[in-house]
Design a binder for this molecule. Structure first.
Ligand code: ASP
Length: 330
């Protein structure tokens, strides 16, 4: 009997990556000057509240924590992405794991979410969450975000990579950090949120997205490689008033191992003549050039004139992740 009970216990795994959610300031009223990535993911559980944890136990759900990294996500690296993917790949196939929560900094959250969306075929909910106020704040937002993320991780039909913040559920494809300070810092750009979480209930608005983890060679390379794996260098440039292409010129002159460039064009992907000239030069040197728009919303539409560039229908930051993965997949 004892053994049967043991077997029916399900787990929600919480992987800690650092961020403001694990941040500490000297003063409880200071929401800005703090050190991100200070509190261990195991200690973050204390903020969830005894009642919440007890109700999970009553439902035979155990919370399992693992510290994958402990950093300010402005310092996110390829090695950390690799470690995260390797741990997710493990837990994704464990039958007793209902879902996975990842506590992460907000600054590069959308890039990590998109990276995972393209590399892991989720068998269960994979939910990134975060905070805009440190754990030491008088009113931290992290505990509620974690409770909401755990709720999503138990929601068996949502087998995809998502972001939960401030009561909103965003898809990895759409999520974007829009604000540097407010607790509702994220949007889903043009498409709108997948769901709202209200008092422990999920009000779903859109279908859970299907997996787009089809860059199999890239995924396998990342999973199999050691930490010295070579990742393609893809840099980001932009068009703006009086842009003379000097940044691209300098990059080409560096003779660094440049594999790709993402260019955020003005408006519908337009480029100054001088910038276009430098980008054409880059293409002749075998550098892949991906084009997107610098506008906060939307994507480049009808791109006949930019036929020499690869139009990537994503935000500036995600377009870079996409090109890196495509180059790895080649
Ligand atoms: N700089 C922090 C980070 O991204 C900000 C945050 O977590 O909100 O880790």
């Amino acid at each position: 009997m004892q053994e049967k009970n043991q077997k029916s216990i399900k787990k929600v795994v919480i992987l800690g990556m650092g961020g403001t959610i694990a941040g500490l300031a000297e003063n409880t009223t200071d929401n800005v000057n703090y050190q991100a990535g200070q509190v261990s993911v195991a200690d973050l559980l204390a903020g969830l509240g005894a009642g919440f944890v007890e109700s999970l136990q009553n439902n035979k759900i155990e919370l399992v924590t693992e510290q994958v990294a402990q950093l300010d996500s402005k310092d996110m690296s390829f090695v950390v992405w690799q470690q995260l993917l390797q741990r997710l790949d493990f837990y994704n196939t464990q039958p007793d794991v209902m879902g996975i929560v990842i506590t992460h900094g907000t600054d590069t959250l959308e890039e990590t979410a998109y990276f995972l969306h393209r590399t892991i075929s989720a068998n269960k909910p994979i939910v990134l969450t975060c905070a805009m106020r440190p754990a030491s704040a008088m009113n931290p937002d992290g505990p509620q975000n974690m409770r909401d993320a755990i709720l999503m991780a138990r929601h068996s039909s949502a087998n995809c990579v998502m972001v939960v913040c401030d009561g909103a559920v965003h898809s990895a494809q759409d999520v974007q950090k829009d604000h540097p300070y407010r607790t509702n810092a994220f949007s889903s750009r043009d498409n709108g949120v997948l769901a709202w979480i209200e008092e422990g209930h999920i009000r779903q608005l859109r279908a859970w997205p299907a997996s787009q983890a089809i860059l199999y060679r890239a995924t396998q390379k990342i999973l199999d490689a050691n930490s010295h794996m070579h990742w393609p260098r893809v840099e980001m440039v932009m068009n703006y008033a009086a842009c003379d292409g000097a940044v691209v010129q300098a990059l080409l002159a560096q003779k660094m191992d440049l594999a790709g460039l993402i260019v955020a064009g003005t408006g519908n992907g337009t480029l100054s003549n001088d910038l276009a000239l430098q980008l054409d030069l880059a293409i002749t040197q075998g550098i892949r050039v991906g084009l997107c728009s610098r506008c906060a919303l939307g994507q480049v539409v009808g791109h006949q004139k930019q036929a020499e560039y690869e139009v990537i229908e994503l935000s500036f930051t995600k377009a870079r992740v996409e090109l890196i993965l495509q180059i790895l997949n080649a």
